[in-house]
Design a protein around this ligand. Structure first.
Ligand code: UN1
Length: 491
């Protein structure tokens, strides 16, 4: 199927007539033909969004919410189809694809409700007969740049709060997941979103993204992706004084203390490290284990990892799907080689899959390293694949130190049954998300999502925190005294 851009409420071909193909990473089959748009289409989309902003910002927020409610209902109706398309397009197993769509549904209903809240506040004035309040206000045109690993969740975390706050959107989805972006925008159109409020432009970061960063008519940029690109986004958009929200990488760890429930820890580790083939920002790539339980955990994990079944995500018994593309396989393998050359012990995995049935896909064996030290490259850099590194520690203090000694700070987790350890961990783990007795993934949409240090630039997505990014405050003073009252002077 050939996809089109969506600009000003019309499905249109790219002005330059160029297309590229979108592939199923599990078997190389073509999923869709996608525009390779450039500056011309992007500028047209920005113009449409700018025009629509003047009307959309005045639509009462509860009415904007009603449209989002319809979007949520439609997403729910199409959940099965959307999940199947997602598995075909980016490889995650069907159950997880359903979860990804569910995040979009949840966000639609949550933000629909925000249409009737969007709370500001009133506060007493320092002067008599004067009223003071602060209200949330739309900002303008939001450039939304999203990755392929959560093709429904991440765009909806950004687009729905942008819309409920009264902004309009130009959406540039990842080149690897255009079909899901197309489906999402189709649903928004069907739900009755007015023309120009959301515009969709397919194309590369260098041709489409760059225009969003530089065009003065785009007021804010919300980006999820790599740390390197995030720095470029922030510095480019920053020169134009745009507001920028970044969600970048992670190097998330699970800590397992001697007193942990080992059965539970094993389940949490497998799910966090190998779910989505390790391709989540929140995926666990470091396992920080207290020495007393280390050997037992290593043996159990090795056994379970060996039995994980790789395959197409649409097959019932598949545990782990493919990586997104061949570059990802090569990148993961490079890290595995670095791990070995730095002296880590390869316990399981460590190579692309040889199975002839899977050779057309981008499969890599789930991999476990032990004997890793906190400073090794595989314990410091984001791999974004199914590679887990075990680091042995003496006690909780050392575990927390190791956890915090990386350039990222998205998610962390601890398995312990001791209440004192628990609260110390909650206080001292320097990440934006902390889990107790659960793995590092599974954020819910009504809580703030994001991280410290190199994971971002201090903003949070989801929950009411998203409203803080997509709106700006207006302080309003109403003087009903009938005379000039000078603040700070007429005391
Ligand atoms: C991401 O990988 O960027 O908490 C998002 C989780 C999911 C979202 C992950 N709810 O793993």
């Amino acid at each position: 199927m050939q996809l089109h851009n969506y600009i000003g409420g019309q499905w249109v071909k790219p002005a330059n007539g160029r297309y590229q193909q979108d592939f199923d990473p599990a078997n190389g089959q073509v999923v869709a033909e996608v525009p390779r748009s450039d500056a011309e289409d992007t500028r047209a989309a920005i113009k449409a969004a700018r025009q629509a902003f003047e009307t959309w910002r005045k639509v009462p927020a509860p009415k904007r919410g009603e449209i989002l409610f319809r979007v949520g209902t439609l997403l729910k109706e199409h959940k099965d189809d959307l999940a199947e398309y997602m598995t075909r397009e980016m490889g995650k197993v069907l159950m997880e694809a359903r979860g990804d769509v569910q995040e979009g549904i949840d966000m639609a209903f949550y933000m629909a409700g925000e249409g009737r809240r969007s709370f500001g506040y009133t506060t007493p004035s320092e002067l008599p007969n004067k009223f003071a309040m602060a209200t949330r206000n739309p900002i303008g045109v939001a450039g939304i740049i999203t990755p392929w690993n959560f093709p429904m969740a991440i765009p909806t975390w950004k687009i729905f709060p942008a819309l409920i706050c009264g902004n309009t959107v130009v959406f540039k989805p990842a080149s690897e997941t255009p079909y899901l972006a197309y489906q999402l925008v189709k649903i928004m159109e069907e739900a009755g979103l007015p023309a120009g409020v959301v515009n969709l432009v397919f194309g590369s970061g260098s041709e489409v993204g760059e225009i969003l960063l530089n065009d003065p008519d785009v007021d804010l940029i919300s980006f999820t992706g790599s740390n390197e690109t995030g720095r470029h986004v922030a510095s480019t958009a920053g020169q134009h004084l745009k507001r920028v929200s970044l969600e970048l990488g992670g190097k998330n760890a699970i800590i397992v203390l001697d007193d942990a429930n080992l059965d539970l820890a094993v389940e949490g580790i497998l799910w966090s490290a190998f779910g989505t083939t390790g391709q989540r920002c929140t995926a666990c790539s470091r396992l920080i284990v207290q020495e007393g339980i280390h050997e037992a955990l290593k043996t159990r994990l090795a056994e379970r990892i060996r039995s994980l079944k790789l395959g197409h995500g649409l097959e019932n018994n598949t545990d782990v799907g493919p990586l997104i593309n061949q570059q990802a396989v090569e990148k993961v393998h490079r890290y595995v080689e670095i791990g070995q050359s730095e002296g880590a012990e390869l316990v399981v995995g460590g190579s692309p899959v040889q199975d002839p049935i899977l050779t057309d896909g981008h499969f890599y064996l789930p991999t476990l390293f032990a004997g890793v030290t906190a400073q090794m490259t595989i314990a410091q850099e984001e791999i974004f694949g199914p590679v887990l590194s075990m680091i042995k520690v003496k006690d909780l203090d050392e575990a927390i130190r190791v956890n915090n000694q990386v350039a990222y700070g998205l998610s962390s987790s601890i398995f312990t049954q001791d209440v004192n350890n628990t609260f110390q961990a909650i206080r001292d783990l320097a990440t934006g998300i902390v889990y107790i007795n659960a793995g590092t993934t599974g954020a819910e949409i009504h809580l703030p999502f994001g991280g410290t240090r190199g994971t971002g630039n201090g903003h949070r997505e989801a929950g009411t925190a998203a409203m803080d990014f997509f709106s700006e405050w207006k302080a309003v003073y109403v003087d009903f005294s009938g005379q000039l009252q000078r603040a700070q002077i007429d005391t």
